[in-house]
Ligand binder design. Sequence first.
Ligand SMILES: [Zn+2]
Length: 308
Amino acid sequence: VKNEASRPNRYSSWQLDRIHHRRDDAEWLAERAQDPSTRVILHRGTEHAVIEGDSGRLELARVTTSIELCEAHPPEDWTLLGELDGVVHFAAHIDEPALATFAPDARLEDLRAAGGLVSDADAGLMAMTRGLAVWRDGHRYCGRCGAPTRLASAGHALTCTSEACGRTQYPRIEPAIIVLVHDGDDRCILARAHRHPSGMHSVLAGFVEPGESLEDAVAREVFEEVGVRITDIAYHSSQPWPFPASLMLGFTARATTFDIVVEDAELRTAGWFDRRSLRESREDETFRGPRGESIARRLINEWLEAAP
Ligand SMILES: [Zn+2]
C-alpha cells in the first residue's frame, strides 16, 4: 500500500531524538560536553563545516569533543541538537581559525548549496541548526524592552538580561502554504516567480497571515497569484524550510475556474501545463522544475505519477 504522504520530506529530522527534557539539565549537559562519545557539528552562522564524501557527496564534519574545543568555544554556547543513533550531537558556532584547528579537512557550505548532497539525517541536523542560528541572530535584543538577550535551554531559548523584564522567547516558525492546483484531469498550474532561478517553474506558494486557516491561505494565495478559484483543498505533507524560517505546508487543490490572470507582482508568468509536456521537459534554461529535494518538486512528481 502506497502511503506517500506520510513519507518525510528532506530537512525534517525524524531520525533525531531531540531529548527535549535535557535542555535545562545543566549537570547532564556539562557531562556530555566532556564525554568523548559526544559529537559536535561546527557552523559559522548559516554555514556548516562539511567534508567531501564519495562521488561529490558531502557529510557533516563530526568533531570529537576536547578540552581545546571547550576552551575555544565554551559548551555553554553550544546548541543541544539531540541523539542520533544513540550519539549525542551538539552544534557549536565557530570562527574560521577554529575550523582550521578542529576540522582541518572541512569547508563551510550553506544548506542551500549542500542540501541535495548530504544524507537525510545530516540535512535534518543542518536545517535545525540553520533555523536556530538565523533566529538567534535576529533576536539579540529583547523585542519588549530592548536589553540584550542571552542563550538559554541549550540554545533553544533566549532570555532577556533585564531583571525587570526577564522575558524568555522561543524560535518562531513562519508557516507558508504551497499548493499544486490541478484541473481534475490532466493539467496543473505552474508559475515563474521573479525570485526563482532562470527558467524555473513551480507550484504556487505564500505565507499564512494572522487570522487565517491554512485553507483560507491556500484559497487566497491561489486567487491573488493567478485569479483562479479552487475547491477540494487537501493536505499533502510538510517540509521544514529554514530559508530563513519557514515551515512549508503542502496541499493539492482542484480548480473551479480556469482563466489565469497574473496580477501578482511576485510572478512573471503562470500557466496550465499538461503531464506529457512536463514529462518531456528538458530541464534547461527555458524550462526547469523546482529543486529536487523540495516539497514543490514532490507535489509535481506525485501528481505526474497519479495519471488519471
Ligand atoms: Zn526585555
